[in-house]
Design a protein around this ligand. Structure first.
Ligand code: SF4
Length: 86
């Protein structure tokens, strides 16, 4: 079973309310951190975790998910629909 970790996002005005990381897919490429260093950090297992889910705007958050070579980051809107990857 996939090792999924869920993080709520409560940024005012944001249409993204949940971030999920598939830890099995994360290979510590750090592309996501390069795009949004305020949002992401690596833990002691070299897997990405949320540092601050509300730190960046939606466009930057989506860009950081898009940057991941293994598509380990999933984004959901306020109604629970997956908005990335489509
Ligand atoms: S870009 Fe993807 S593989 Fe790299 S650290 Fe971020 S989530 Fe992990």
């Amino acid at each position: 079973m996939a090792d999924l970790r869920e993080y709520p996002r409560n940024k005012e005005g944001s249409t993204i309310s949940k971030i999920v990381v598939d830890r099995d897919l994360c290979i510590a490429a750090v592309s996501c951190i390069a795009v949004a260093a305020e949002t992401w950090e690596l833990d002691d297992e070299n897997k990405v975790v949320i540092k601050d889910a509300d730190s960046v705007d939606d466009a930057t958050l989506i860009a950081s998910a898009e940057a991941c070579p293994t598509k380990a980051i999933y984004l959901y809107d306020t109604e629970g629909n997956q908005v990335f990857p489509k």
